[in-house]
Design a protein around this ligand. Structure first.
Ligand code: ADP
Length: 370
């Protein structure tokens, strides 16, 4: 069977009128985030937040219209609060287009710089690194926020040792949680960590948008974003919609060998986000008993890879049980053992990142855009 096309879906949605505005939802540019996976279709309908509750019949009618198309077995429509300009970008990114960074993006005027901490695949210590870097930046005197954008597997509530739910004073904006001087937001505060979450593309985006726009971040020097692992649609869309000052790639030595880090790096370059550099995590093993160092994964790959790719090598963090124990128990090493060599290493890397961010894009490392 031939795959259903975006045009066929939009044609079906043109038959769905907005009851209050005398036109169909496509003409009114309310449809975004259209994603077709085989015979399953998902999309969002952006609505004025004030009308949200009464538009359930509209959402239902839109799903029904798409479900009526031959070759569609499921249709999921999600209502999201309307914000000007976001719709086009979401649709474009979800359709898989490798577009340059669109001009219509989420604006966060109180935040001086947003930096993504990313990895080519999961399990390399990206969240641990993001946590410790956020804390290291705070120790370096910056006003820091930490956004856990890993919607599928949020780790920041555990790593930052935060429980409870964020509050809202006005019913619209959420107050971020705060710990160790860092403002933190994570989907994990709203949903229990062991709850299985089946988030479809558009839902992921609207959750992320809400965690960015509908959170009272206040004035920040830097918002550290713990990105979802990998280089799929969510990462690409995130990179396009969020005005990122740059991205940092966390990698293990063996991951470098497998070229996963290169994939991550290329994804950011595709959307014109400067790559600020590569961190080698679990770089070498420090024996907790004798202190001897072993290069289990043939350490040093990231430094060479960074050179080969024309980006900065930001530093290395060893594989040490103290890092795992502290980050998994909500007492990250940067705050619980601030005088340790590891805490110093995180602060040094944090300072290198901030130097680049503060210098602005022109003075960053030479990056060749493919
Ligand atoms: P990711 O975000 O890439 O999936 P995590 O940060 O969740 O990875 O790390 C995976 C596991 O590895 C966690 O249990 C974490 O505590 C541990 N870990 C991360 N970095 C180190 C390190 N340098 N030394 C020891 N354990 C680490």
């Amino acid at each position: 069977m031939t795959q259903i096309t975006e045009n066929q879906i939009l044609a079906a949605l043109r038959t769905v009128p907005d009851p209050d505005r005398k036109a169909d939802i496509v003409t009114l540019k309310m449809v975004s985030g259209l994603a077709v996976k085989g015979t399953n279709v998902t999309f969002t309908i952006e609505v004025d937040p004030a009308r949200g509750a009464q538009l359930e019949p509209l959402r239902h009618a839109a799903e029904k219209a798409v479900l009526g198309l031959p070759g569609v077995t499921s249709a999921t429509a999600i209502l999201t609060a309307h914000r000007t300009g976001v719709a086009a970008t979401t649709a474009q990114a979800s359709a898989g287009a490798a577009a340059p960074r669109a001009s219509a993006r989420i604006e966060l005027p109180g935040i001086r710089a947003i930096v993504a901490i990313a990895s080519g695949k999961g399990g390399v210590g990206k969240s641990t690194t993001a946590t410790n870097l956020a804390l290291a930046m705070t120790a370096n005197g910056l006003r820091v926020g930490l956004l856990d954008a890993d919607i599928y597997g949020p780790s920041q509530p555990r790593m930052m040792g935060i429980s409870g739910k964020p509050t809202s004073y006005d019913g619209k904006t959420l107050q971020p949680m705060e710990r160790f001087g860092v403002k933190v937001m994570s989907i994990g505060f709203m949903v229990a960590e062991d709850t299985p979450m089946i988030w479809r593309g558009p839902m992921v985006m609207s959750a992320l948008q809400q965690m960015l726009r509908d959170v009272a971040w206040g004035e920040l020097d830097i918002l550290v974003v713990d990105m979802p692992p990998g280089t799929g649609d969510a990462q690409l869309t995130m990179s396009q919609q969020v005005p990122l000052a740059g991205a940092v790639i966390v990698s293990t030595p063996q991951d470098i060998a497998l070229l996963d880090a290169r994939k991550g790096l290329n994804m950011f370059r595709r959307v014109d986000v400067p790559v600020l550099g590569i961190i080698e995590n679990m770089s070498y093993f420090l024996c907790p008993h004798c202190g001897e160092r072993s290069d289990i994964f043939s350490h040093g790959g990231a430094r060479h890879e960074a050179e080969a790719l024309g980006t900065t090598f930001l530093g290395e963090i060893p594989l040490d049980i103290a890092i795992r124990e502290t980050s998994d128990s909500g007492q990250p090493i940067t705050v619980s053992q601030p005088d340790s060599a590891h805490a110093q290493a995180y602060r040094a890397i944090a300072a290198r990142i901030w130097d680049q961010v503060a210098a602005g894009p022109q003075q960053g490392p030479a990056i060749s855009i493919e």
